[in-house]
Design a protein around this ligand. Structure first.
Ligand SMILES: N[C@@H](CCC(=O)N[C@@H](CS)C(=O)NCC(=O)O)C(=O)O
Length: 215
């Protein structure tokens, strides 16, 4: 399988961590949605990452659709998203909240990067920051320890861990750690895992116009 995209994307990273967790071998094509538009568009007309190219030649797009396939390949006993019932609903609700927050954080980062200084739409920026703060407050309220749902490691942990990693790297002002101690602890716990370490962005995994990726 070939995973398309850079690890500075929280969406690409959650797929990579999931592949590592399931011990599923893959290679990576770390092309950029900005530097390699034509190449990415041949794989996904929306010019978005991640995509996963399967052994059959089939291309899957969108991290959730990709992870759904990986869960199916792993089988219900190993799947990081419970197969049914209240447990599944709980994990899926945490995932969609973390993913929606990641969408807002990426949009905020792009707004600041591409509309420098007075061209930034301050009302739009404020709205996104309020949406992010409210979503993080809910995630913080619901977060357990050591994992999001206490003793069970699930896809909610991978997605939240990748969200926090992204915020610290690209929009650190929206994540004051003293305000979100449980999410901060969860992310630190995630980052000690080999599956996360192997999916850290290299300093070259940047967006044009931005200095090298720092952790
Ligand atoms: N819902 C998608 C979101 C993917 C996404 O927004 N990827 C970003 C990278 S962080 C992207 O490719 N953005 C380029 C664009 O939308 O122009 C998923 O979960 O895969």
């Amino acid at each position: 399988m070939i995973l398309v995209g850079q690890f500075d994307s929280p969406f690409v990273r959650r797929v990579a961590v999931t592949l590592h967790h399931y011990h599923m071998p893959y290679s990576r094509n770390p092309i950029s949605v900005f530097r390699n538009v034509d190449e990415v568009q041949k794989i996904n007309p929306l010019v978005r990452v991640p995509s996963l190219i399967l052994e059959t030649g089939e291309t899957l797009i969108d991290s959730s659709a990709i992870i759904d396939h990986l869960d199916e390949m792993a089988g219900p006993a190993r799947a990081l998203t419970p197969p049914h019932g209240p447990e599944r609903r709980k994990v899926l609700q945490a995932i969609v909240l973390a993913l929606g927050t990641a969408d807002k954080c990426v949009a905020l980062f792009f707004e600041r990067l591409f509309h420098i200084d007075k061209h930034i739409n301050r009302d739009f920026e404020k709205r996104m920051m309020q949406q992010i703060a409210a979503a993080l407050a809910k995630l913080e309220h619901e977060c357990g320890a050591p994992w999001f749902h206490d003793n069970k490691f699930t896809q909610a942990d991978i997605t939240t861990g990748c969200l926090v990693g992204y915020m610290k790297m690209r929009v650190p002002d929206v994540f004051p750690v003293d305000k979100f101690p449980k999410l901060h602890a969860l992310a630190l716990h995630c980052e000690t895992k080999e599956d996360f370490v192997k999916a850290r962005p290299s300093p070259d995994e940047t967006v044009p116009g931005q200095s090298k990726t720092k952790h």
